[in-house]
Write a new protein. Structure first.
Length: 631
């Protein structure tokens, strides 16, 4: 086998990322050309028709326009901070796109604020007599940022980035300080061990957190302790939601967090630590705003040949820049934690900033190229996540097979096992739900905390069940939606009704017993949602029932989980259900009851599902024996 080097490996990563880039760009082009508008709205990629609200300049001096979704408000959409979008108007038969790209500033329910270029035809958007829409655009910026990060890592010489690159790609042992372990009585021994390893690491440490083991609690503790030794740290994650979650937990601990970018949940608590809100609240902001206003007015009323126009403009611009730099310096100077997404760490606001420590949460969900974006700013890296749960999304099958899906965290787990600590006590699931996942994915090393070992809703209930569904129920409904199994969806809700009836309405409502219905296929999710909306039985419980894909449930938990596997055919074809990490996420969302609906003849041809089926059957038989002894 030819000798490989870090540079060759990174060049390979870049080549695979290019394949992914062109695949996604081409898929987006085809999808935009071929899909019907209604389908795009259903997928959550388009709002149509829109109501356009006011326009204004925000505190970052971006021209913004407010838009409101007026129909299909029950569909979960995919718009979030930082995503590029395009406006269109809808003359028949085809939409006509405006010639500018905008960026989502924030979304709150059915209201969205979008930053547009200064040249955007705002008045036309606000007053057009044609129906307007907005749709997600291809995200060119994220790819450019990832390519740039890989290029910087490959070019790095005689600096810390070059050292980290060579260390991460080779099995040379990483270095640790030696000091007596600190005690954290409120953590369990595996969490305490992880925090100590983070504090000792000179180069890298990995906190491997299986479901329900308190990864965020451990990470927050490690960040809090690091801040006793360092003035400021950088905290990143792949998704805005993960950045919000850890930021909120740090703010609850009294840490001054500066969140670059807007949160996914728009409430006063979350907004209060965003850069934008802090910038607006600064005492000098009013003066800066009036100078910016004067600049805009001067631009509009430029007199031809006026000699002092340029001098006036230069004076105002210089004063505005001076104020901006001063406000920025103060905001960054006060903050102890700078929090943003991995791609967001390339923001111009962070230009020139350096940190000793970078914490990456959700590290197992990020493409390696994305993880390298913030690493250039730091001296050591702490990764937290679980490479046995959801992987990064890769659209190109060729790039996936060639290794684009392999994350930096997986690479480090292989090359630096000495830097990994496993959190080994879980606080979420009944022991029997957790045991299968622990045995299959974590070598049996995860144990249940004593207080939750036997948690259940009903006495003598079997914590896990597999309900058999009919063969040949699945239908194919197009590439983007995958498959649907209407019979199984109806059966899923019948089973839920029976279980609710057993528990009793009063108890469900009083104790707020919550339920998650999961399916790997988006079409099945939408059909299940449609059935629940239509069925009067579920009306009192609607706020307690969430229906989503596996990805939509990442990081969440419910008292009861039902999983509709959908696949049912004579050939044993199970498609992307072969990615077992997705199933690990699905089965570990349940606290007290897990019900799997699927066709065993189709599913059990795969060894994982056969083993799962046998495990559930053994639980049922053991329960029947116990029942017999009791009677």
């Amino acid at each position: 086998m030819p000798q490989t080097t870090p540079i060759l490996e990174l060049q390979r990563q870049r080549m695979l990322l290019e394949i992914e880039y062109f695949t996604e760009k081409e898929a987006y082009r085809k999808f935009t050309e071929n899909r019907g508008l209604a389908r795009s709205v259903k997928r959550g990629d388009t709002w149509f028709p829109l109501r356009v609200g006011k326009s204004y300049y925000n505190s970052l001096n971006q021209l913004c326009i407010e838009v409101f979704r007026t129909t299909d408000q029950d569909i979960e959409h995919n718009f979030e901070f930082g995503r590029p979008v395009q406006f269109f108007k809808q003359p028949t038969p085809n939409p006509s796109y405006y010639n500018f790209t905008a960026t989502v500033s924030y979304v709150d329910g059915d209201r969205m604020v979008v930053a547009v270029p200064d040249t955007a035809p705002i008045i036309e958007l606000q007053n057009t007599d044609q129906q307007l829409g907005v749709q997600l655009s291809f995200d060119e910026t994220s790819y450019r940022t990832m390519f740039d990060a890989l290029d910087r890592v490959m070019r790095a010489k005689n600096n810390r980035l070059a050292e980290l690159r060579d260390l991460f790609y080779k099995p040379t042992p990483s270095q640790f300080y030696t000091f007596s372990p600190l005690s954290f009585p409120w953590l369990n021994p595996t969490q305490e061990n992880a925090v100590n390893m983070v504090l000792r690491a000179k180069d890298v440490a990995i906190v491997h957190g299986p479901p329900g083991t308190g990864k965020t609690t451990t990470l927050v503790e490690a960040i809090f302790e690091t801040l006793h030794r360092e003035p400021q740290v950088l905290v990143c994650a792949q998704s805005n939601m993960a950045v919000d979650w850890i930021s909120e937990r740090l703010v609850d601990r009294g840490v001054n967090v500066l969140r670059i970018g807007n949160p996914t949940r728009v409430n006063d608590k979350m907004l209060s630590f965003t850069y934008e809100r802090r910038f607006e609240a600064h005492p000098d902001y009013e003066l800066l705003w009036s100078i910016r206003k004067a600049i805009r007015e001067l631009r509009q009323h430029r007199k031809r040949g006026s000699e002092n126009w340029h001098q006036k403009m230069d004076r105002l611009k210089s004063r505005a820049a001076e104020l901006e730099i001063r406000i920025n310096a103060e905001l960054f100077g006060e903050a102890r934690v700078i929090a943003c997404t991995l791609v967001g760490s390339a923001n111009r606001l962070l230009e020139g900033q350096k940190y000793n420590t970078l914490f990456i949460d959700e590290a197992a969900q990020a493409l390696e190229a994305a993880s390298w974006i913030p690493i250039r700013r730091v001296r050591r890296v702490i990764l937290a996540g679980d490479h046995c749960q959801l992987p990064p999304t890769v659209k190109s099958l060729a790039a996936l097979k060639a290794g684009l899906g392999k994350t930096l965290m997986e690479r480090l787990v292989e090359n630096h096992p000495e830097a990994v600590t496993l959190l080994g006590v879980q606080y979420r699931m009944n022991e029997e739900i957790m045991r299968f996942s622990s045995d299959w994915f974590y070598g049996g090393k995860v144990q249940s905390a004593p207080q939750i070992k036997h948690r259940s809703i009903l006495d003598y209930d079997i914590p896990m069940e597999w309900i058999e569904t009919d063969v040949d129920g699945e239908e194919f409904v197009g590439e983007s939606f995958g498959r649907i199994n209407k019979k199984e969806a109806e059966q899923t809700l019948d089973i839920l009704k029976k279980y609710f009836t057993k528990i009793g309405k009063a108890r469900i409502l009083e104790e707020r017993i919550d339920v998650g219905v999961i399916s790997p296929y988006r079409a099945q999710v939408q059909y299940l949602r449609h059935l629940v909306r239509r069925d009067g039985f579920f009306k009192p419980y609607r706020s307690l029932i969430s229906i989503n894909t596996v990805d939509g449930f990442q990081g969440q938990e419910r008292d009861v989980i039902l999983i509709s596997l959908v696949r049912s055919n004579d050939d044993g074809q199970i498609g992307f259900l072969r990615d077992l990490r997705r199933m690990n996420v699905a089965i570990t969302r349940a606290r007290m009851k897990l019900i799997i609906l699927g066709n065993p003849d189709t599913m059990t041809r795969h060894p994982f599902y056969r083993k799962l089926y046998e495990y559930v059957e053994a639980l049922r038989e053991a329960s029947a024996d116990t029942e017999e002894q009791r009677s």
